[in-house]
Design a protein around this ligand. Sequence first.
Ligand SMILES: Cc1cc2nc3c(=O)[nH]c(=O)nc-3n(C[C@H](O)[C@H](O)[C@H](O)COP(=O)(O)OP(=O)(O)OC[C@H]3O[C@@H](n4cnc5c(N)ncnc54)[C@H](O)[C@@H]3O)c2cc1C
Length: 497
Amino acid sequence: MTTSGSTRRRFMFRALSVAGAAAASAMHVPIALGREIGAQLARISGRIIMRSDPGYGQWWASMSWYLFMPKRYPDLIVRVKSEQDIFHALAYARENKLKVTVRSGGHNPAKAVLRDGGMLLDLSRLRKVEVDAKAGVAWVEPGIHGEKLVALLARQNLDFPAAHTGIVPIGGYIMGGGLGWNMPQRDIACRSILAAEVITADGRKVTASAEQNSDLWWAVRGCGPGFFGVVIRYKLQVYPLYQAMTKSKYLFAIDKLPLVCKTLEKVAAVKKEQLEILAVVGRFYPPDKPPAERDLVCAVSVFAFANSSKEADALMAPWSTSGLPAQSLMKREDRVMDYELLYAGQETDFSSPNRTAVENIWTEDVSTGLQALAKKMLDDPPPSPRCFALSAWGFSNTREDATSCVSTPAPHYLSWYLMAETGDHVSVNRKWMDESVKLLQPVARGRYVNEIDPLHYPQHVADCFSTESWKRLAKLRAQYDPKGLFYSWLGHEGETT
Ligand SMILES: Cc1cc2nc3c(=O)[nH]c(=O)nc-3n(C[C@H](O)[C@H](O)[C@H](O)COP(=O)(O)OP(=O)(O)OC[C@H]3O[C@@H](n4cnc5c(N)ncnc54)[C@H](O)[C@@H]3O)c2cc1C
């Protein structure tokens, strides 16, 4: 187990060690821009890093969370310090015909923020939060990490469904939908965006809400890495903080997986919204051995969002009385937690910088999907022992709604993550992912835009939206960004790497 803080330190260490190599390779490709800095750029108070700068390689490597990077190099990286910087940067991009991509934290698994050429507009230092506890809202800048936001809110007994990993910033997470803590009750996080301040391709700052520019508001709520503007602030609905968030965790031998799935199907059918259930198949047992020496098992975590132990017990009852907990290899039950503890318990975060292939589905038949992945992991193990498949049972209680483009077409979520320990693993993972995507196709009802690879599976982007929403997004893109200032979806602009 590790905290997200140690994950970050580990990542920084490894990122710096690959940065030297990255710098060398970046300098060998043609330099698209000279060292001349235009008038608009000269007004920027943040950092400007040109492709020709000696430090470019290190900056480039730090733009993505991941260790295995694509060979895509922006001409220019602008790390903004203020709203004004964004206006100047966009004006420069328009004058110089540079396409723009926007970064909040660089965690997108397809590395969508890295494009070949153009400007990478980095908002990661915009992290202000203003809470109006009386009104139950917070104005939040995109670079704030989920763990920081929930810690700030908790001081006022408030809460927000941030990502399950503390270091994921709000920006890209919520643009793509946001599968957060207590999702079955709080709904997908983007539906808590009450308003957003957007800078459009023509350099206007507009508010998008139910009352103003409602089409843009609809798009902000779930469009993800194909958005055609820069969101500088979100007005978020915040919620009362539960006083007794309670977690129980169990490990089951893999031959018990059919029984685990059968039980979870029954529990998911009757459970209350405040109960969140995650079942993860990976090499977790025994925990004191290195992953390569562990067995493939199923870890079930059950979270009750409650205000007292009594309420937590009642929420847990369908699971705790199912007879299954007694069959576990290991268990830790009924621990009351705050967010710091919840985040610290996410062991799978540790290997997240090594992810090279990530896909997901929404499904009605998560049992079949999870068991198919477990069988493939046993019969044809992926190269890294740290690969895993995550299922979330009865995770979404909503489907389409008229106020957001996001779609959760089935109640259960299933995602799987392939890690590389060395460069050789990347292509093996690719083949494994192709096979598993095919394997899971019969039970796929849709996908989640923040955990797909649009470069390798261009069709998967459209799978994230209803047919009508997909068409409407294309129309809005043409309306708000007629000259194509912002990059469209990765893999939809002719990229091949
Ligand atoms: C360890 C880990 C755990 C995760 N856990 C979860 C989880 O629990 N739930 C979940 O839903 N997801 C989770 N994710 C996925 C996460 O939601 C995505 O990786 C998301 O893209 C991260 O946000 P970001 O700000 O880093 O995005 P970035 O990589 O910075 O941006 C991705 C894309 O979003 C768009 N974008 C970002 N910010 C803006 C902006 N301000 N204005 C306009 N467009 C913008 C851009 O098109 C950009 O290319 C996890 C990822 C990791 C690595």
